[in-house]
Design a protein around this ligand. Structure first.
Ligand code: DLL
Length: 436
């Protein structure tokens, strides 16, 4: 499959490293000259731009964390005045202030470049019709994909999220060949289509899906590919770095290539902050090498993964990160047991008769132990007519599977078809009602 920019995407590791060191030094110089936050941090760490002469010197630089962004909200980390900023985006934080990203004109060009690489990596060309159902607005998904798909010359349908029936109709009428949205929303589309009597595989031309912005498992990939008849590509990114366009899978689906000439990755031990070698699991950290408005130095993403540097059959030399394995901070502690929401998903999807729509609800009634509930929709067949015996057996099976994998008991509540709220963007998987 072609590359958008082979000179960069397939450059030798040696050449790449040289470029990275040069750009790293420039990025450090830039923030040291303009951002009081970094000036203070560098001073505390006793490091200055002249100390950066190799990639190994990276570890001398202090980390940046989400809380630093909060404390400098909204524009404290910008290197330029608002006059030079042409766009603002922000993450959809659940509590408090959002995380803000600012873009100069050059940053938007950079974003278009990495998104053009991204969609090309998934096989998108000027012949494609891209149904872009990522949210348009402050969220980076919609406009990020828009830039990249337009740059490669595809026909972009900027549908954004919502009005699912209309989306199904327009996908069919406009002959969409590529679907871009969150993985959970792709299943909502499939479900609505089925209800409208539209068979994705028969009536739609769509062959490729580029899904990300939330965690999803291999099981979920299989489910999506089966229900929509698409080849599903995983895409990763975050507002703090640029939005989508940080990494994406190629046709070999053996990890997500990181566009390392712009975003320098590291894996660290989340407890000690020590850098870990390729092949070891830890927390992903990024330094932006070419961003103008808001470069970030050693930003701790809290996302857990593993980096692999071995060459890929696609010809790209850029390192691959494994599918995000979880967060260093999403772990739930239920009755003293560490519970990973993704493990719950993986387990549920192994149980025949359950649908991929679920929610984890944790509560702590006064003076009592935590209660972990998993609300999950059961197959519509079991409700029409209602088959109590089969439902009871299914509940028991789900509970025993969960107890085995999680190491803590969970009460399963089987829900009727479509009774859990559908998300237009990122699905809300955990409802923690505890007042801890
Ligand atoms: O979600 C950017 C994006 C838009 C990525 C569209 C892909 C597609 P934020 O809203 O800032 O940005 O959320 C970033 O979402 O730190 C991860 O925890 C999570 N995330 C993003 N992509 C993936 C993925 C966008 N493919 C946060 N797998 C990140 C797992 C992901 N988690």
């Amino acid at each position: 499959m072609p590359m958008w920019n082979p000179d960069c995407e397939a450059m030798s590791r040696e050449e790449l490293e040289k470029l990275q060191v040069k750009r790293l030094r420039e990025a450090v110089e830039r923030v040291a000259a303009t951002v009081p936050f970094y000036q203070k941090r560098f001073q505390e760490a006793g490091v200055s731009p002249e100390d950066i002469n190799s990639l190994d010197d990276l570890k001398r630089l202090p980390f940046t964390e989400k809380n630093d962004l909060r404390e400098n909200y909204p524009f404290g980390l910008f290197t330029v005045s608002l006059e030079q900023i042409v766009r603002i985006h922000a993450s959809s934080g659940t509590t408090g202030k959002p995380t803000v990203g600012g873009y100069t004109r050059a940053d938007l060009e950079l974003w278009a470049e990495v998104m053009a690489r991204t969609v090309t990596c998934a096989g998108v060309t000027a012949q494609d019709v891209v149904h872009n159902a990522y949210g348009y607005g402050l969220f980076t998904g919609g406009l990020g994909f828009h830039l990249g798909a337009e740059k490669v010359g595809a026909t972009v349908v900027p549908i954004s999220g919502g009005m699912t029936r209309r989306q199904v109709m327009l996908m069919e009428d406009f002959g969409a060949t590529v679907l871009t949205c969150t993985p959970s929303y792709s299943l909502v589309l499939a479900e609505e289509a089925a209800e409208m009597g539209v068979d994705f595989k028969k009536h739609m031309k769509v062959r490729t899906g580029i899904f990300g912005a939330e965690p999803w498992s291999e099981k979920m990939r299989a489910e999506i590919e089966d229900k929509l008849g698409v080849e599903a590509y995983d895409i990763y990114g975050l507002t703090e770095i640029i939005g989508p366009g940080v990494s994406v899978e190629c046709e070999h689906h053996n990890g997500l290539h990181i566009f390392e000439d712009h975003f320098l990755p590291e894996i660290i031990d989340p407890d000690t902050g020590e850098p870990l070698p390729y092949g070891e699991e830890g927390e992903l950290v990024f330094t932006t090498l070419t961003k103008e408005a808001m470069p970030v130095i050693r930003y701790r993403t809290r996302d857990r993964t593993v980096l692999h540097v071995e060459p890929c059959a696609c010809g790209r030399t850029m390192v691959r990160m494994e599918k995000i394995l979880g967060r260093t901070d999403d772990m739930l502690i239920v009755r003293g047991v560490n519970v990973f929401p993704q493990l719950v998903e993986r387990t549920l999807l192994t149980v025949e008769g359950l649908e991929p729509h679920y929610q984890i609800v944790i509560d702590r009634p006064k003076d009592q132990l935590d209660i972990l509930e998993v609300w999950v929709e059961a197959s519509p067949d079991l409700f029409n007519p209602i088959d109590t015996r089969a439902l009871d057996a299914l509940k028991e099976k789900a509970e025993s599977e969960l107890a085995q994998t999680l190491g803590v008991s969970a009460r399963v509540k089987l829900m009727g078809p479509r009774s859990l709220e559908r998300s237009l963007g990122k699905a809300k998987r955990v409802v923690d009602k505890r007042d801890i």
